[in-house]
Design a protein around this ligand. Structure first.
Ligand code: SF4
Ligand code: SF4
Length: 66
């Protein structure tokens, strides 16, 4: 199976916009609060079908590619 998408490695790479969570048709993404209460996406590898829509919709990844 293809690799699980990496939505962010460092927290600076995610602003918690929830676009990835909203686009996932499988509901494989859950927004979970960190110790400071900021929400970060977590992917359930058992549900994820590796369509990478979540990566495509992420504004931070789009900004990096420009
Ligand atoms: S790759 Fe597709 S199925 Fe997996 S979390 Fe992203 S949008 Fe959901
Ligand atoms: S789309 Fe990108 S910036 Fe928005 S919550 Fe998901 S990983 Fe974070």
């Amino acid at each position: 199976m293809k690799e699980l998408p990496k939505l962010y490695i460092r927290k600076e790479e995610c602003c918690g916009c929830t676009s990835c969570y909203a686009i996932c048709s499988r509901n494989a993404i859950t927004m979970k609060p960190d110790e400071e209460g900021f929400q970060y996406p977590v992917i359930d590898g058992n549900i994820c079908v590796r369509c990478y829509q979540c990566i495509k919709v992420c504004p931070i990844k789009a900004a990096k590619e420009q």
